[in-house]
Design a protein around this ligand. Structure first.
Ligand SMILES: [Zn+2]
Length: 326
């Protein structure tokens, strides 16, 4: 047992809150420390919060606790049971969404981390699957589970509107307690084994860079995501998903590979191998299954789609409160 009393000669204890909370009560805003290279997400957030004059997170109402699908396993003892405290989005996040320049994924990342309390693991180091879960839980807590979006039927091509209950439609899948990283997956068609790692917050920035670079090579003028036509959007999503897979593969047949090499491998992969690999990753890592089944209003066919993130995710219509009518 350690004693809490301090001798005059002892070193003063360092504050443990550095980086999480901007010192806003009269203190000067934090400086971005560039001496160690690129600042982390958290450092940028703290800086942005102070610069925008945002309030102390701890004073905000509505704190709730969730259990991350990873159960905290990949973070050592930092997040026991995978329990983290979150906040619903406030008008502060709305301001961030409206005023920040940058791509949608970057904005999303900032909004998610803006509404996490006391997380000892930097946002950059959290698994993407855990971050996705946090975003969904924040959305449900902020606006309720009902979410409307439009989708294009893969059978008749008609666009129809659908609405789902996020609570009921999305499955939280816990990480395998025996999961190791990297883990090996055997690919039948390629007749080899690949070693796979999990994706983390910082990887999403690499994916974004890759997709943007690819688009500028195509000579396309960059437009906002909302204005993109369906085909361009799908191309972008396909490229992003290939690159994500390439980032995850760190060795092929026992030989270490760089991302360029694994990307070439991913592009040559058969659909069967690619499907097996994705399923194997999902089984080990867990996360949220964002596949939803929606019915086409025109041909009545059931479509299995990945949950799209439309404007209504962040700005739904009237919130349906769960109160009894009198
Ligand atoms: Zn249809």
């Amino acid at each position: 047992m350690e004693s809490n009393t301090q001798n005059p000669g002892d070193k003063p204890e360092q504050s443990k809150d550095i980086g999480d909370e901007a010192p806003l009560d009269g203190a000067s805003p934090p400086m971005l420390d560039l001496s160690k290279g690129m600042p982390t997400d958290d450092a940028i957030h703290a800086h942005n919060r102070a610069a925008l004059g945002l309030s102390n997170k701890k004073a905000r109402p509505g704190v709730f606790t969730v259990e991350l699908p990873s159960c905290g396993y990949p973070y050592g003892d930092s997040i026991p049971g995978g329990k983290v405290k979150l906040l619903p989005w406030s008008t502060e996040e709305e301001t961030l969404l409206n005023n920040m320049t940058g791509d949608t994924p970057t904005k999303l990342s900032q909004i998610i981390s803006n509404c996490v309390l006391d997380c000892p693991v930097p946002m950059d180091d959290l698994l993407l699957s855990d971050r996705m879960y946090m975003m969904l839980m924040q959305r449900i807590r902020t606006f309720g589970p009902e979410y409307g979006f439009t989708f294009r039927c893969q059978f008749c091509g008609a666009t129809s509107r659908n609405s789902i209950d996020l609570d009921e439609s999305l499955d939280r899948i816990e990480m395998d307690p025996d999961a190791r990283e990297p883990f090996d997956v055997e690919l039948i068609d390629a007749e080899t084994t690949v070693s796979v790692r999990f994706l983390r917050g910082r990887d999403e920035l690499d994916v974004l860079k890759y997709v943007n670079q690819r688009e500028s090579v195509r000579g396309k003028r960059r437009r906002g995501i909302d204005e993109e036509d369906e085909a361009a959007k799908r191309r972008r999503e396909d490229a992003a998903s290939q690159y994500r897979l390439a980032l995850q593969i760190i060795a092929i047949g026992g030989e270490d590979v760089d991302t360029e090499e694994s990307l070439r491998f991913v592009k040559r992969m058969t659909m069967g191998d690619s499907n097996d690999l994705r399923i194997a990753i999902d089984e080990v890592e867990g996360g949220v299954d964002t596949t939803v089944s929606v019915k086409c209003a025109v041909c009545r066919a059931e479509n299995e789609i990945t949950l799209p993130f439309s404007g209504e995710f962040f700005r739904p219509g009237r919130r349906r409160r769960r109160t009894k009518a009198k």
